[in-house]
Design a protein around this ligand. Structure first.
Ligand code: DI6
Ligand code: FE
Length: 401
């Protein structure tokens, strides 16, 4: 006997093998927060305590946003104005604006203020069918504020949250000219404490001309490894520093951005099981010209995930559905690749592939219900929201908060 069954639904299971892994006129059953049966109606003969008629709606795995910087205070609308007058993102960062201006606001904000801001943001993801989100620290750049950000991320409700420690995001003002000493602080003090307090699921770094060198990134990754934490990398966003190869060398869960990544690095990623996370929101908002190497990723069979990169500087984007559309219009992904990017492959980029990202027996019952006629509509529409509800851990909510 199953706990609940959803009938009269079309299922985009996102299993590999057929387009969207789709099952029209399908049935999905849930028992103890897990998918206990999934398949076509004609093969279903089970019984369930609760029955729901979905009247032809589509069900997909809940969307997963695998790269965000969602906890912060303030905003950077003023820098947007400066950029529209011709300043570049790198120039603003070098002049002490950019990430460091968000660091100031985030250090000043109380933990409860940060929590209220983040909790309000998170609701928008749930409204658009997301059931899981990754959130990075990195706007504290000191021990107390990094820990504060991670505690806030852990307190959020409504979505499953994976936290990532991004202490190596930018060099704080008080360490100007002493980047290696700052990396000492990150490795010797902040990261071990965050780990000890149970606040970290993975470790990330920004390897870039305006941030940290490959050598400094290596030190952070070695420390993460010593603490038993998986790594990911902001790789080759603005220039090719060999980020893709560096991520692969450390068997990273993902290399993210990748606009300037080279083929050698991409080949190594395949061997290391490292996913690519593409971030069309940042590409769009910074008016980047260099497209990520989509064809190379396809040719080498590297799984492509997508995410909002939500942050106040380079991607103030709060819509997972718009990411699907942008991935198709800007990066020429197919709507199916886009949906895989925010389900199956996003789960991989977070190390959640055993429990999330597809509709399969045994996986967590995290799913989204959509009023659409075909799954391609999710990537096609701009600004529409056909989400009729989400289910997380087996609890269905028609009225998403
Ligand atoms: N790359 C990005 O796109 C964000 N962080 C990063 O390393 C930008 C963060 C910001 O501008 O506040
Ligand atoms: Fe980012």
């Amino acid at each position: 006997m199953h706990d609940a069954v959803f009938r009269n639904a079309n299922l985009a299971t996102m299993r590999q093998g057929s387009p969207y892994g789709s099952i029209e006129d399908g049935v999905i059953a849930i028992t103890q927060n897990r998918i206990s049966w999934v398949g076509p109606r004609v093969e279903w003969s089970g019984k369930a305590r609760e029955e729901h008629d979905l009247r032809g709606a589509w069900i997909t795995p809940g969307l997963i946003d695998c790269h965000t910087h969602l906890v912060y205070a303030g905003n950077r609308a003023h820098e947007f104005e400066l950029r529209l007058k011709g300043a570049t993102y790198e120039e603003i960062a070098r002049a002490g604006g950019g990430i460091l201006s968000t660091v100031k606001a985030t250090r000043t904000a109380s933990e409860d203020e940060l929590f209220d801001l983040a909790q309000r943001r998170v609701r928008q993801w749930a409204r658009e069918g997301a059931t899981a989100i990754e959130i990075k620290s990195g706007y504290g750049l000191d021990r107390d504020t990094e820990l504060k950000m991670l505690r806030v991320a852990r307190r959020l409700s409504g979505l499953k949250v994976k936290t990532t420690f991004l202490g190596a995001h930018a060099l704080p003002e008080e360490y100007q000219g002493r980047a290696d000493e700052y990396i000492d602080l990150v490795c010797d003090e902040v990261l071990p404490e965050a780990k000890k307090q149970g606040l970290v699921d993975a470790v990330d770094a920004f390897c870039e001309r305006i941030a940290f060198t490959p050598e400094q990134t290596r030190r952070v990754f070695d420390k993460a490894k010593a603490l038993g934490l998986p790594v990911k990398l902001h790789a080759d966003q603005l220039s090719d520093l060999g980020g893709a190869a560096l991520a692969a060398e450390h068997r990273a869960l993902s290399a993210d951005h990748m606009e300037f990544s080279n083929e050698e690095g991409i080949g190594l990623m395949k061997g290391a099981g490292t996913a690519a996370v593409l971030l069309p929101g940042a590409f769009y908002f910074l008016k980047e010209k260099q497209l990520p190497p989509i064809d190379l990723l396809r040719r080498h069979g590297v799984p492509i995930a997508l995410a909002t990169d939500h942050n106040p500087g380079s991607s103030p984007l709060s819509s997972p559905l718009l990411v699907l559309n942008m991935a198709c219009t800007l990066f020429r992904l197919t709507p199916e690749e886009a949906l895989a990017g925010m389900t199956r492959n996003a789960a991989r980029a977070l190390g959640l592939q055993a429990s999330h990202g597809t509709l399969e027996t045994g996986k967590q019952a995290d799913l989204a219900v959509w009023q659409i006629g075909a799954p391609a509509e999710l990537a096609y529409a701009i600004g529409a929201n056909p989400c009729a509800g989400v289910m997380r851990s087996g609890a269905f909510r028609r009225e998403v908060p």
